[in-house]
Design a protein around this ligand. Structure first.
Ligand code: NAD
Ligand code: GLY
Length: 370
């Protein structure tokens, strides 16, 4: 049973992801990178840090300095979602092979969701699987992508189309690294935090509404609570359905729309979290047509997203048929049927299998024309 956190207590916390022999801790606190001994989670004599050129200049030395005597190699990827592909994944494999890393090596993902997804997928597939540690440095990665073991890369024809489930050995969330995170990236992470309130946790959603200004100002106690609560909510869903046979899909509220936007813009437009914010509102519009929500619910969440200057409308040059053709490439399409995550109520998401297509079309036409 995961203990519910208190909004005022900002000491270091540990949230456990319960997955039998693949269970792992998520450490959360300011200065966790100095406090947590990473060496505990590295069994062999070699490790490989995967990072990017932005984060390397900020935090690589701190992580290198915390590792005991062992061979530590580093791959510095170019920064950006457009590099989350097989070509750049191969940089990691090449380094591992060149430096003779064996099956006892440990990969360390130091960065945002892009680095985490790529390092995780490399760990999942190098010599059929080696351990890895997540050190997420964006808010989005701290509350979402570093937890739960989804790893992968994009294909030019679709987002996250190639990947594997591979759980990390530990996740180390250091709040201090957020001090260098640009506001726009911070806001993108807030979209995923708000997602937890929408899908499973109405009390948390209300807390977020009350504390939105504090979060915008990055109040440390408020931020620590929001991150811990998000990790607890995600850990519960992942522990119940690790490989997304059913309910884990609710974590993708707004993502089918969001991925369509990202693919349409060739990963050079809205940030992932921004696209998810737009997508969550579109999913809520479908939920209104399905008779579950009322317009005021959508307006309420639009206002919350606006506090963080998150976008609420799809790109002007995207029409409804762009959405439908891209949405049908989503991994949630099964047997040609789109499965949309909708809300029964605020704080209560479900996966709609069949009857949402005509409602979806209405929402798409109203949002961006036919
Ligand atoms: P990102 O990894 O591109 O990071 C955003 C930007 O912030 C980058 O320019 C990065 O270099 C910079 N940055 C990172 N940490 C910083 C810091 N502390 N200070 C200053 N700059 C910093 O983007 P993201 O939003 O973290 O992740 C998005 C990716 O995560 C997408 O590819 C998405 O598909 C994936 N994702 C995966 C999962 C999952 O379950 N695996 C869940 C959600 C999202
Ligand atoms: N971000 C969706 C998931 O982890 O399932």
């Amino acid at each position: 049973m995961i203990k519910s956190p208190s909004p005022t207590d900002s000491a270091s916390k540990v949230v456990q992801v319960d997955l039998g022999d693949r269970s792992y801790p998520i450490f959360i606190g300011s200065a966790e990178l100095s406090r947590v001994n990473l060496n505990t989670y590295i069994q062999g004599q070699k490790a490989l840090i995967v990072t990017n050129d932005t984060i390397a200049s900020l935090y690589l030395d701190l992580v290198l300095g915390s590792l005991d005597e062992k061979q530590v190699d580093v791959v510095v990827l170019p920064d950006g979602e457009r590099f989350k592909n097989l070509d750049h994944l191969n940089w990691i494999f090449t380094k591992l092979i060149e430096k003779k890393h064996d099956r006892k090596t440990t990969l360390i993902a130091l960065g945002g969701g892009v680095v985490g997804d790529m390092a995780g997928f490399a760990a999942a597939s190098y010599q059929r699987g080696v351990p890895f540690i997540q050190i997420p440095t964006t808010l989005l990665a701290q509350v979402d992508s570093s937890v739960g073991g989804k790893t992968g890369v994009n294909h030019a024809l679709g987002k996250n189309m190639l990947g594997a489930f591979h759980q990390p050995r530990a996740v180390v969330i250091d709040l201090n690294v957020l001090n260098t995170l640009p506001n726009k990236q911070f806001a993108a992470g807030m979209a995923e935090v708000i997602k937890y309130g929408l899908i499973t946790d109405y009390d948390f959603l209300q807390w977020l509404e009350t504390n939105a200004q504090k979060l915008l100002n990055r109040d440390e106690n408020a931020l620590a609570y929001a991150i811990e609560k998000s990790c607890i909510d995600k850990a519960m869903v992942v522990s119940a359905d690790e490989t997304e046979q059913g309910m884990r899909a609710i974590l993708n509220l707004g993502h089918t729309f969001g991925h369509a936007i990202e693919t349409f813009q060739e990963y050079t437009g809205f940030l992932h979290g921004e696209a998810v914010a737009i997508g969550m509102l579109m999913a809520m519009e479908v939920s209104v047509l399905a008779g579950h929500l009322v317009d005021q619910d959508v307006q309420r969440i639009r206002s919350l997203l606006e506090v963080f200057s998150l976008p609420s409308r799809p790109p002007d040059d995207m029409v409804s048929t762009d959405f439908t053709s891209l949405m049908y490439r989503d991994k949630k399409v099964l047997d040609g049927k789109l499965r949309l995550v909708l809300l029964r109520a605020l704080g209560d998401a479900y996966v709609e299998v069949d009857s949402s297509e005509s409602l979806l079309e209405k929402v798409l036409i109203s949002a961006c024309g036919s």
